[in-house]
Design a protein. Sequence first.
Length: 304
Amino acid sequence: MGKTYYFVRIDNKCIKTARGGRVRSTTPEEDKYIVLSAKRNRRTTAQQVANQFLAASGKQISRKTVARRLRGGGLYARRPVVCIPLTRQHRTARLQWCREHHNWTEQDWACVLFSDESRFSLSSDCRRQTDLAREWYCLSSRNIQEKDRYPTCSIMVWAGIMINDRTCLHVVANGTMTGQRYIDEVLLPHVRLFRGAVGDKFVFMDDNATCHRTLSVQDCLDSEGFQRLVWPARSPDLNPIEMWGCFGRQVAGRNYPPTNKNTLIRALTEEWDKLPQQLLDNVVQSMVRRVERCITLHGGHIPY
């Protein structure tokens, strides 16, 4: 049997609906208005759209109704991408660096040890904002929130990755990383071993943190024969090891999340060891695509 339809009158308009079905609270024209309102201000919430609709039409609809209409228009709630600010000089330097490394193949990047430090805290610092944006449009300039982050009450860790291998997760205990500590705790015990295993093709990547660029660190690299990969400033999105957010969510999602400094250190170490090597290999192999994407965007933020 086919469906039986009946007609209902809403605002002097006849609308056909299936028997037993729920009557839509908005008309197709009103649906277009809801989607257009969200597109004009992508930082607005569904409740704010509902309030604007009430003020414009005098009809009250729920937040869930707005969310359904937006999904029908291809709009979904997303958090804005948080990126550090880039000046024109930063973008120019990033673009030049990518052009210089545009011809590097996956085999070239496989000889690079990518390293980075990151901080992890027991307290949450998500600062969520809803962004009604198309999923494929998340790296548009209107959907990027630039912000410098200065975490407190946290533990700093260091690690390095490359194709088919990774370093141990090193915890920087009792203080911050200095140039001398960087030599004693990172370069000599960790990086030197990889340099000996890979050979003359070995390339070491670290960012432009102050402790990395001291004269004592440069003397150590020269004496040990390390070839350092020059890195453009403010370019964590180009560094494949910058997956700390995913790593942090794994730690926070444990059955028994860490509650103090010791359990946080243990959780970080265990989750680092559990990361699949194939995942690390994939992010290193993505360097070819990262470079190409950065060139396409003229040195701007890339979706990594």
